[in-house]
Design a binder for this molecule. Structure first.
Ligand code: FDA
Length: 309
C-alpha cells in the first residue's frame, strides 16, 4: 500500500513544485541525489573514482513534453560527455527516452539520441538507455535494436527489468545480438498482466536472467543491492569460470555504500549510478517506495546533522 502510494505521489508534478521549495526536502534528497548541478555530480564521481568505483552520470528528468525541453536535456547530456572526457573521469552516462522527447515527437527523440551518441562515439564514452514504465518498453527496445545498436554497436546499451513477464524473451534476443544489457528488478508500478506481482517471482526471474547474461551476454551490468542475488552472481561466475572482467555490479548513489566498497575490495568491477539535477522528486519517491524505512532513516540522519550543526 505504502509503496503504491509513494509511486503515485512520484507522478504528481504539483506536489513536486511544493516540495522543491522546501529546504528539508532538498536535504532529504541529497542522500540519493548528487546535487542539482553538473559540478556537484562531477565531485561525487571524483570521490567514487578515488575509491575504485566507476560511475554512470544521470541527468534527472523524464516525461518531457516540449521539443525545446527535450533539446535542452540532450544538450546537457552532451556537456556531460564533454566534461567526463575533459576530466578523464571513469564514467559513462545514462539517459531516458522520454527526457529526449519520445512523448512529444519520436523523430526528434531519435535525432537527439543520434547527436548524443555521435559525440559519445567521438569521445569513446558509452551511453546507456534507461528503461522506464511498460508504456515505453516496446518502443525503447525497438529503437535500440533496429536503430541504435546497429549504428553504434557496443557504444550503447539498454536495460531489462526482471519484474516484467516478457523479459526472458527480450534477454534471449539481446544475448543473441550480443547487446550490452543492464539487468534491474524494475522501479515502476505495473499491472499483474505484464509484471510479476509477487516479489519472490521478480527475484526468481532476476536470477534466471542474470545467469543467462553472465554466461552468454556481453559485459552485463548486474544492477541490484540484493545481497542474496549478488552472492548468487559471484557463485555462478566462479562455477562457470566467468572472469571478474566480464561483468560489473551496479548500484545506486547513496544505497549500500558498505556493499559497494566491499565488492571493490574483493576485486569486482562496481559502477554507481549518480543522478543529479533539479528534477529529483520522482526519482527520490521511487527510492523511498523501494524501502519505505528510508523515510525514517533519512529523517533521522537529517535531524542528527541538524543537531550537530
Ligand atoms: P530490492 O528492492 O529487493 O532490495 C534489496 C535490498 O537492497 C534491500 O533489502 C535493501 O537492503 C537494499 N535497497 C534497495 N533499494 C534501496 C533503497 N532505495 N534504499 C536503501 N536500501 C535499498 N529501474 C528501472 O525500472 N529502470 C532502470 O533503468 C533502472 N536503472 C537502475 C540502475 C542501477 C545502477 C540500479 C542499481 C537500479 C536501477 N533501477 C532501474 C532500479 C531497480 O529497478 C530497483 O528498483 C532498485 O535497484 C531496487 O531493487 P534491488 O535490486 O536493489 O532489490
Amino acid at each position: 500500500m505504502l509503496r503504491a502510494g509513494l509511486l503515485y505521489l512520484s507522478e504528481q508534478p504539483s506536489i513536486f513544485r511544493f516540495i522543491r521549495s522546501n529546504a528539508l526536502a532538498k536535504k532529504l534528497s541529497s542522500r540519493f541525489v548528487a546535487g542539482e548541478t553538473l559540478d556537484t555530480a562531477v565531485s561525487a564521481v571524483k570521490e567514487l573514482n578515488a575509491q575504485g568505483i566507476t560511475a554512470s552520470l544521470d541527468l534527472l528528468g523524464e516525461s518531457v513534453h516540449s521539443a525545446e525541453a527535450a533539446r535542452a536535456a540532450a544538450g546537457t547530456a552532451t556537456l556531460m560527455l564533454d566534461r567526463i572526457a575533459a576530466l578523464k573521469l571513469k564514467a559513462n552516462i545514462s539517459v531516458k527516452l522520454t527526457q529526449f522527447g519520445l512523448d512529444a515527437d519520436p523523430k526528434l527523440c531519435a535525432e537527439n539520441l543520434h547527436r548524443l551518441l555521435d559525440r559519445g562515439r567521438e569521445l569513446g564514452i558509452f551511453v546507456r538507455i534507461d528503461m522506464e514504465s511498460t508504456e515505453y518498453t516496446q518502443r525503447t527496445l525497438e529503437l535500440f535494436s533496429t536503430d541504435l545498436r546497429p549504428a553504434y554497436g557496443d557504444g550503447v546499451g539498454v536495460v531489462i527489468q526482471s519484474m516484467l513477464r516478457r523479459s526472458k524473451v527480450d534477454v534471449e534476443q539481446l544475448v543473441a545480438s550480443q547487446a550490452r544489457v543492464r539487468l534491474c528488478k524494475g522501479a515502476y508500478q505495473e499491472p499483474p498482466t505484464v509484471a510479476f506481482p509477487d516479489k519472490r517471482d521478480v527475484d526468481r526471474s532476476y536470477s534466471e536472467l542474470m545467469e543467462m547474461l553472465l554466461e552468454r551476454g556481453n559485459y552485463p551490468g548486474i544492477a541490484t543491492h540484493d545481497e542474496a542475488l549478488i552472492a548468487r552472481a559471484k557463485g555462478f561466475a566462479k562455477d562457470h569460470a566467468i572472469g571478474r572482467e566480464r561483468f560489473e555490479f551496479q548500484m545506486l548513489y547513496g544505497v549500500r555504500r558498505d556493499l559497494q566498497q566491499r565488492l571493490v575490495r574483493e576485486g569486482y568491477h562496481v559502477r554507481v549510478y549518480v543522478p543529479f539535477g533539479t528534477q529529483w522528486y520522482p526519482y527520490l519517491m521511487r527510492r523511498l517506495a523501494e524501502r519505505p524505512a528510508n523515510i525514517a532513516f533519512i529523517l533521522g540522519n537529517v535531524l542528527k546533522e541538524g543537531v550537530r550543526s
